[in-house]
Design a protein around this ligand. Structure first.
Ligand code: HBI
Ligand code: FE
Length: 289
């Protein structure tokens, strides 16, 4: 998530220096657990055949079955044994440097709260369903786990170089809204998609959006929207490739980007590998579902 205005730059009451708060799992109400179950069951009807195997396997490995909001004490034992990652609770969006510091140390910050029953389809702030159901299964994959740590470290550096807007686009178009090429066809691995019943279908099946091959510099130049379905999705060949691309030194990449214009959200370049040339009909009719 990105481009939100952070009102607080110091941790709120009750939060630690690093902005973490206790999950207080015992304090979730029956209604809140039921919201998790509803969202979980809805996604599990949609995701087989759409989500990447690595995501579905991660869900299983963590035992994130649909019986209620996961207790992080149990989930973290399994996750830490697999890749050394843990999940910590935060009150909501945290400042960039706090976010990157957690990632760089293999801690994924998750919202503690869950959306209200009348917000099942859309909310802008990341809640525990988006953060845990959407993000944490991918962290069971050792290659993706390395990528996320590298991103956290890269964030600290990008911030000091004034390149954060560019790096945030990498996160957006991979971790949040990424697609993957597989022998069976395109599959979803981005957390913003797998946690959304509508975008799970839209991202793969709607004729509107462009679907283009992932290219690091290209992605870092591409604008994005935070308030509606994406107009472009980028397709990685494999997680291994994504990791390799991001383990290189971004210094020269940033040098190139300084002379380059930002690209409109619906641009298709001659150099793009085009999986789908979208009609953009959804955006043209005003969007928002
Ligand atoms: N905080 N809790 C939380 N979750 C995010 O995804 C997040 C954040 N703070 C900053 C941030 N994302 C982004 O601005 C960075 O990816 C650039
Ligand atoms: Fe997210």
């Amino acid at each position: 998530m990105s481009d939100f205005t952070h009102v607080h730059e110091t941790p709120p009451e009750g939060a630690a220096e690093d902005w973490t708060i206790p999950q207080a799992w015992e304090s979730y109400t029956d209604v809140e657990h039921q919201t998790w179950v509803t969202l979980y069951e809805r996604q599990m009807k949609i995701l087989p055949g759409r989500a990447a195997d690595v995501f579905l396997k991660g869900l299983e490995a963590l035992d994130l079955h649909g019986s209620g909001i996961p207790d992080f004490r149990e989930m973290n034992q399994k996750l830490e044994a697999l890749t050394g990652w843990t999940v910590v609770c935060v009150p909501g969006l945290v400042p960039d440097e706090v976010f990157f510091d957690h990632l760089a140390n293999r801690r994924f910050p998750s919202g503690q709260f869950i959306r209200k029953p009348d917000q099942l389809d859309y909310l802008q702030e990341p809640d525990i369903f988006h953060d845990v159901f959407g993000h944490v299964p991918m962290l069971t994959d050792p290659t993706f786990a390395d990528y996320m740590e590298a991103y956290g470290k890269g964030g600290q550096r990008a911030a000091s170089l004034g390149m954060l807007p560019n790096l945030a686009r990498l996160y957006w178009y991979t971790v949040e809204f990424g697609l993957m090429e597989t022998p069976e066809g395109l599959r979803i691995y981005g957390a913003g998609i797998v946690s959304s019943s509508t975008e799970s279908k839209f991202s793969l099946e709607d004729p509107s959006p462009n679907r283009l091959g992932f290219d690091l510099e290209r992605v870092m130049r591409t604008l994005y929207r935070i308030d509606d379905f994406q107009q472009v999705y980028f397709v990685i060949p494999s997680i291994e490739q994504l990791r390799e691309v991001t383990l290189q030194d971004f210094g020269p990449v940033y040098e190139n980007l300084k002379g380059a214009e930002d690209l409109p959200i619906d641009a298709i370049l001659p150099s793009d590998k085009v999986f789908t040339r979208g009609t953009q009909a959804y955006a043209a009719r005003g969007g928002r579902f």
